[in-house]
Design a protein around this ligand. Structure first.
Ligand code: NAD
Ligand code: IPM
Ligand code: MN
Length: 355
């Protein structure tokens, strides 16, 4: 009776290579923990779909995937063929916004046995969660271009921060800290330079913090925060950040844990009005696509986050443990971690480790 219906969207490039490994692990987890996964595969949100339909997604995409329990997403973007803002705003960004998946949750963890590029860091030293605002902020389509083609040409693009939008991501970050037993929430700001929106962000952070006296808080400007994430990553527990800052931190963080190829993301509608979307942090990696060498762990860890969201906590924990076991074995690592395993070998190993 525990049946989950997933909308599966592989997308472009290595998305098509890592999604099958995520599904392989989900199937193994389902067998082991006694639930069922039903999948509907969709070919939209890809360059191929765009080439034959002239748009990234069908007009009725919301009806097609809105009734599923979750969306399992690979990656999208093929910049040689289609400008990134066209492909991304026509697909992934549209889904995040239309499904009001306002919390983009991106855990960062140094796995046992994996070498960090930061000298002397070991498992346990890097373990934090980036909570990225996912529907507004710097990612707004408010603005435009005027006097195009003339020497008076100019462009404007606004940052939008709504009270509802800022408060709900702050609340989410504090609630997550409580739920995961984490001590501190750090805010990423830039209120010294960005003189209207970021002071507002700070103000709402201080206000929200008053409701959580059990949680420590601090706040850093984004520039020095980047330095701290490199020099003392062990300080951080939960980091709440605007859309753009969260995007940047969530490539920096995983790079400090060896590779962005293992990093997962949950694009979550905490109110569960819409399906949430689970994907790796990385993109379609055109430089390695088609070779079968992409690291599937980001996709598999995203599958684990999805299981947690669906209520299968035991299976979610088991998948994470399986990931740790596989990564601690050098011969099962992909090339981004200095190994020689291919995508399928690594994915199968995680599925097998589930027993
Ligand atoms: P990228 O994440 O695709 O790749 C960056 C680098 O990391 C590349 O050298 C790539 O080979 C490597 N890499 C990424 N994932 C890997 C994995 N799983 N295993 C091994 N190596 C991996 O970023 P990019 O090159 O800036 O973007 C490529 C395309 O993807 C663009 O169209 C971009 O807009 C899009 N993109 C999409 C998403 C998404 O769908 N969520 C995220 C980021 C970028
Ligand atoms: C991510 C990606 C996207 C983002 C791009 C592809 C629009 O970088 O998911 O991190 O900026 O959100
Ligand atoms: Mn990104």
């Amino acid at each position: 009776n525990r049946v989950y219906r997933l909308a599966v969207i592989p997308g472009d490039g290595i998305g098509k290579e890592v999604v099958p490994e995520g599904l392989r692990v989900l199937e193994a987890a389902a067998r082991r923990y006694g639930f069922r996964i039903e999948t509907d595969q969709f070919d939209f949100a890809s360059y191929d779909y765009y080439a034959s339909h002239g748009r990234m997604m069908p007009e009725d995409w919301k009806d097609r995937i809105g009734g599923h329990d979750a969306v399992f997403f690979g990656a999208v973007g093929w910049p040689d063929k289609i400008p990134d803002h066209v492909s991304l705003w026509g697909s992934l960004v549209a889904m995040r916004r239309e499904f009001d998946q306002y919390a983009n949750v991106r855990p960062v963890r140094l796995m046992p046995g994996v070498a960090s590029p930061l000298a002397g860091r070991k498992h346990g030293d890097i373990d934090y969660v980036i909570v990225r605002e996912n529907t507004e902020g710097e990612y707004s389509s408010v603005g435009g271009r005027m006097f195009a083609g003339t020497d008076r040409e100019f462009v404007v693009q606004e940052t939008v921060m709504t009270r509802i939008g800022v408060d709900r991501i702050m609340r989410y970050a504090f609630e997550l800290a409580r739920k995961q037993g984490r001590r501190r929430v750090t805010s990423a700001t830039k209120s010294n330079g960005i003189s209207i929106s970021m002071p507002y962000w700070d103000e709402r952070f201080r206000e929200m913090a008053r409701n959580y006296p059990d949680i420590e808080t601090d706040s850093f400007h984004i520039d020095i925060l980047c330095a701290h994430l490199v020099q003392r990553p062990d300080h951080f527990d939960v980091i709440v950040a605007s859309n753009l800052f969260g995007d940047i931190l969530s490539d920096l963080g995983p790079a400090c844990t060896g590779t962005i190829g293992i990093a997962p993301a949950g694009n979550i509608d905490p109110e569960r009005r819409y399906p949430s979307l689970f994907e790796p942090v990385h993109g379609s990696a055109p430089d390695i696509a088609g070779q079968g060498i992409a690291n599937p762990i980001g996709q598999i860890w995203a599958a684990s986050m999805m299981l947690e969201h669906l209520g299968e906590s035991e299976a979610a924990t088991a998948v994470e443990a399986a990931i740790e076991r596989v990564l601690s074995e050098p011969s099962l690592r992909t090339c981004d971690l200095g190994g020689r395993a291919d995508t399928a070998t690594c994915g199968k190993a995680v599925a097998d480790a589930l027993g």
